[in-house]
Write a protein that binds this ligand. Structure first.
Ligand code: XMP
Length: 597
């Protein structure tokens, strides 16, 4: 199988490149731009991603010497295009202006990268610097009005660069250009289908595990269920023990549901460990999201150690099984240029150490979420399990926001003015949530928009404008209920992670899940976190709805739930004792992540 390495210089687009290539049926992996070229010999082609830096920055990510002498075809995109120019003897000039958005590309010859394409192509540009002089051996392949060297190539050495982004939807024929590179230059065949990889995965599991056994934590979510099914198929039922830890942060009815699904599907028996006291006890008093995640990850490891000790099993005979998927591995150091947005519960320090010792088996680390589903289907798992909405390992603990002190909303004149121009009012709430802005983690306050008509057509662009221009906020919510209320006087009250609050969130979450099922909306929404905010009118709390549409969770857009039903849902939620209001998250990812913490 031909493999393509996407060399990452930082930036969200890197994932888009890898995904797009995989969707086209070729296997792509993301590696840091500074990867030792010797490691890249096994790849049939290299793509240098874009990134947020300028080649002039002293800290800008750079390839190791020898990359361009490997003899592998290379395609540089945006910053990658400029890297090729600056490393091979061309000149990059600092831009005096930026070129953002759609541009018309004029192709010189419909061959090579542009084989089969018309002379005029719409492309997406996002750059300031540009290639002013090409390296020796290169020729111009295409230009835009603003950018003479919009595409360049050295056919002899099979080195190509494009200033625009072929991986985004705004370059309608971008897939064709990438395919031309993969097939024409790299000689690759489209032979990647996640479902076809099962035999290889099974062999890999057997090689790694050998005579040992695996203790796997199952959450009932897609990833761990598919990982479990693979492990059982590879090693046999007796060598795999599935443990479902009831952390106390599961959804209402989840434990019983998962247990019965396992029984009825003949997936083997599930051992349920009740550990709510342990998790709740350790988390009480912790408000910071990363601290919560660290505690949760460590608690899982301690539960595993406890189970092995109880049974007097020798630690060396057992591996820890996890359903870790590709984005988790990338976020935890798979690329050098990327910022850590969230530490996934399966990547806390103790687990990193066990990984280094070879004591963890993770069969799904190559796959994106939708590919995991394809593997699950190929294994014959039913839609009831494979198509469930993702639910994170830390569960409701990262959906229950905490506050160490009392506070009131503040009015930021500029944000309020932006809202007023659109017929709303806005306040800034000092309740922070996690986002990803400019490719870095952000942890900033919440903008609440209220008044005016609840209309996605106005709210979504307003949300984008606010988070683009005001760095003190990374998330915008709109008030749904009570209709017509003025939440500017509502108060944030001190609140921690405790059983009554989790119970309140479970009740709200159940109502939302039932509503999605009953209205036939479950399949249209990719995931719908429900969050609890310690902010309300009379010392009560507010429920936040976060329905999103996504392919793999790496990027997401707001799912627009139909309005009359949404109002009824919100009214139902405010009838729960202790719930004063309902807000709807109108922020895409980026700038906001899907989970609030
Ligand atoms: P974010 O919030 O980063 O989430 O936009 C992207 C997807 O990842 C899930 N997620 C997690 N899953 N352990 C998990 O098993 C975690 O620690 C974790 N954090 C986020 C999230 O639910 C969404 O589907």
């Amino acid at each position: 199988m031909g493999r393509i390495a996407v060399l990452d210089s930082g930036g969200q687009y890197c994932h888009l490149i890898a995904r797009k290539i995989r969707e086209m049926g070729f296997f792509a992996e993301i590696l840091p731009i500074g990867t030792d070229p010797a490691r890249l010999r096994g790849y049939s082609g290299l793509i240098l991603s874009g990134g947020p830096c300028s080649v002039f920055d002293p800290q800008s990510p750079q390839p190791e010497p020898g990359l361009f002498e490997l003899g592998r075809p290379v395609l540089g995109i945006c910053y990658g295009h400029q890297l090729i120019a600056s490393h091979l003897g061309g000149t990059v000039n600092r831009g005096t202006s930026n070129e953002f958005g759609s541009a018309l590309l004029r192709i010189r010859r419909a061959a090579g990268l542009f084989k089969g394409l018309d002379a005029d192509q719409q492309v997406w540009m996002s750059h300031g610097d540009h290639v002013a002089r090409m390296p020796p051996g290169f020729g111009v392949l295409a230009s835009t009005r603003e950018c003479e060297v919009a595409a360049m190539g050295d056919r002899q050495r099979q080195l190509f660069g494009v200033q625009f982004h072929p991986e985004v939807v705004h370059t309608p024929n971008g897939s064709q250009m990438l395919q031309n590179f993969l097939v024409g230059a790299c000689g690759s065949e489209p032979d990647w289908h996640p479902g076809d990889r099962i035999e290889g995965l099974l062999g890999g599991i057997r090689d790694q595990v050998g005579q040992r056994r695996v203790l796997l934590f199952l959450s009932g979510g897609v990833d761990s269920t598919v990982a479990y099914a693979l492990l059982v198929r590879a090693l046999g039922q007796d060598s795999v023990e599935a443990v479902y830890v009831d952390t106390g942060f599961m959804r209402e009815g989840e434990t019983a549901q998962i247990r019965s699904a396992f029984r009825s599907l003949g997936l083997g028996s599930l051992r349920v460990v009740r550990a709510a006291d342990l998790f709740l006890g350790r988390l009480s008093g912790t408000a910071d999201p990363e601290a919560k995640r660290a505690i949760i990850g460590q608690a899982f490891v301690d539960v595993q150690a406890g189970i092995l000790a109880d049974r007097k099993y020798c630690t060396q005979d057992w591996l820890l099984g996890q359903g870790t998927i590709y984005p988790d591995t990338i976020e935890s150091g798979g690329t050098t240029a990327a910022d850590v947005i969230k530490t996934h519960h399966n990547r806390v320090p103790r687990i990193q150490q066990m990984l280094a010792e070879g004591r963890v088996v993770e069969p799904l680390t190559e796959f994106y979420k939708d590919e995991v589903r394809a593997v699950g289907r190929a294994l014959g798992l039913p839609s009831q399990l494979v198509d469930r909405h993702p639910f994170p390992g830390p569960g409701l603990a990262i959906r229950c926001l905490c506050s160490e002190s009392s506070a009131v909303p503040v009015r930021d004149a500029r944000i309020d003015a932006a809202a007023q121009r659109n017929g709303y009012s806005a306040v800034l709430l000092p309740l922070r949530s996690v986002g990803v802005q400019g490719d870095s983690r952000s942890y900033t306050g919440l903008t609440v928009v209220y008044g005016g008509r609840f209309d996605f057509g106005t709210l979504l662009p307003l949300s984008t404008a606010i988070t683009n221009e005001h760095r003190q906020t990374n998330r915008v919510v709109a008030l749904v209920a009570p209709n017509g209320a003025d939440p500017s006087r509502w108060k944030i009250v001190p609140a921690g992670l405790d059983a009554p609050r989790v119970r309140l969130l479970q009740r709200a979450d159940l109502i939302v899940r039932r509503y999605l099922r009953d209205e036939g909306l479950y399949g249209e929404v990719w995931q719908c976190p429900v969050v609890l905010l310690p902010w309300g009118r009379d010392g009560g709390e507010t429920v936040g709805l976060r329905p999103v549409v996504s392919v793999d969770g790496m990027t997401a857009s707001v799912a627009e739930l139909p309005l009359p039903g949404l109002r009824e849902l919100a009214d139902r939620l405010t009838r729960i004792g202790g719930i004063d209001g309902v807000v709807y998250d109108v922020s895409h990812k980026p700038p906001s992540t899907i989970e609030w913490e």
